[in-house]
Design a protein around this ligand. Sequence first.
Ligand code: AKG
Length: 261
Amino acid sequence: MEWSDAKAQLAEQGYCIFPGVLDAATTDQVRAKLWAAAEESERRGAATRNVGLDPNRHNVRVFNLLDLDPVFRELIVHPLALEVVEHLLGPSYLVSNFTANIALPGSGSMKLHSDQSIVVPEPWVQPWSLNIIWCLNDVHLKNGATLFIPGSHKVRQRSELPADAEAQLVPFEAPAGSVIVMDGRVWHTSGANVTEDEERALLFGYYSAGFLRPQMNWNAALSPETIADLSPTLRTLLGLEAAANIALATPLLNEGEPLRL
Ligand SMILES: O=C(O)CCC(=O)C(=O)O
């Protein structure tokens, strides 16, 4: 998809899709590392089944991906991802979360929500968060593609949701290796995987405006070994530098003067 068309679709519909961002071999490798990360997560005592969040045990949730394999630290700063994030959120943004949801046959839908509504009270008037969704399998209606309401990023408060919201849900369908960009205000849910034997693995890179508290406290979530391995860019995007919420106050600074903390 041309970037200019993608921007227009993101503005109008709240999403856009880039096919072929990862080639087939890389997609397979990342999927294998995701399964290894799921095992490691269980070994560390972080459950991968979350009945409550999901209706049954057929979803495999992997949290804290950044601490589980370097490949996820590469994907979260993929140049395409950062270009799209900066386009929507502006230059000051943070990595809020990075998780996976593998929908196995028999999995069902979670509750309808927007991800911005989880971290910011209404009204939701601007895009202050977005998801970069990495498709590690072909995704389609029957294997549990994420269901969303096109244009629902224009819903400013919960009372504006249409009464038949669930009936307006459509699937994000994309080949393995694609990136789906979803404005944080888009109302969506996971689909039901009604296939006999197909898995649906998606990674959710969630980014939010620099003045919002991220979903994860990376200082606590990441091991010292992982922190030692971070690039300067990633350290900044995870909010691990000393400066936190001071970026909006640039009028305080004389031009050309660095801020000293
Ligand atoms: O897995 C999906 O399709 C959606 C997941 C989701 O919306 C969530 O975990 O908040």
